[in-house]
Write a protein that binds this ligand. Structure first.
Ligand SMILES: Nc1ncnc2c1ncn2[C@@H]1O[C@H](COP(=O)(O)OP(=O)(O)O)[C@@H](O)[C@H]1O
Ligand SMILES: [Mg+2]
Length: 250
């Protein structure tokens, strides 16, 4: 579904992504791991169009997406979360969900502004979807809570919910487990597996918690120093000498 070919991105003298090649197959939960500074988040920023690459290609469903501006990427049914959650604190939870797709419509929304009936209809559809997402994530009670009042874990859930609003076919999750307690993490795993099983969503996720990665992800891609170091099943990765050295060396 997603192919990354010889991807390159430097910041000043730092080659953050240094010739990365890998693929994410349809309907998998593919893990991306590696020591701090390996270039994982930069890969996500490149795929989601936040940065443009210095070299290489990113292909989604057979079409190149590496030259699209960031606001076009959501139209590709690809959505992502951020390592640091980006909720809008002064808005309620349901409004945070509802603006997720509006954010992404850009000038299309502006155009439809002149067709009020269709805006109303769209808004009703978006509200229904938001209520569905709240139910799916078992937090309908938080609907009218201000996002700034949520716990760290609840903010992570909201962030996850925001990715669901656009009916993506692929979701990139940057450290969904960071700061989330084990009970909530188990639930989040369940949501990921349900979305994959029931709605055919593909997941590509960065995670530090090895237990989680080993249980949830297949295959797992390991990055080090901007390059792909290894790729395989959890068992293969755990036995890989180069992977062990990269982690121990770091
Ligand atoms: N916007 C940026 N400006 C300068 N350097 C950056 C930027 N983003 C990432 N880097 C650098 O690129 C390297 C890879 O970072 P990152 O992709 O965040 O790694 P990871 O997510 O694997 O920990 C690091 O050396 C980091 O400091
Ligand atoms: Mg990172």
């Amino acid at each position: 579904m997603l192919e990354v070919i010889n991807l390159e991105k430097s910041f000043g003298g730092i080659r953050a992504v240094d010739g990365c090649t890998f693929a994410v197959e349809n309907n998998t939960i593919t893990g991306l791991i590696g020591p701090n500074g390996a270039g994982k988040t930069t890969v996500f920023n490149l795929i989601s169009g936040f940065y443009s690459p210095d070299g290489g290609k990113i292909v989604l469903n057979g079409s190149r997406i590496d030259q699209l501006p960031a606001h076009r990427v959501p139209h590709l049914r690809l959505s992502r979360t951020f390592q640091i959650t980006r909720e809008l604190g002064k808005m309620t939870v349901i409004d945070n969900l509802m603006v997720a797709p509006l954010d992404q419509m850009g000038e299309t929304l502006f155009n439809s502004w002149f067709r009020l009936r269709s805006v109303k209809r769209q808004e009703r559809k978006i509200r229904e979807k938001a209520l569905y997402v709240l139910d799916f994530l078992e937090i309908p009670n938080l609907k009218d809570e201000y996002a700034s009042n949520l716990s760290g874990g609840q903010k992570k859930l909201l962030e996850f919910g925001r990715t669901m609003m656009t009916d993506p076919e692929i979701i990139l999750l940057d450290e969904p487990g960071a700061g989330v307690n084990p009970t909530l993490m188990k639930k989040l795993n369940g949501y990921i597996e349900r979305l994959r099983g029931e709605e055919g969503v593909t997941f590509f996720l960065i995670e530090h918690d090895m237990d989680l990665v080993m249980k949830l992800c297949d295959p797992i891609i390991v990055m080090n120093d901007g390059k792909v170091l290894a790729e395989g099943t959890a068992v293969e990765i755990q036995k890989n000498r180069k992977v062990l050295d990269a982690y121990l060396g770091g």
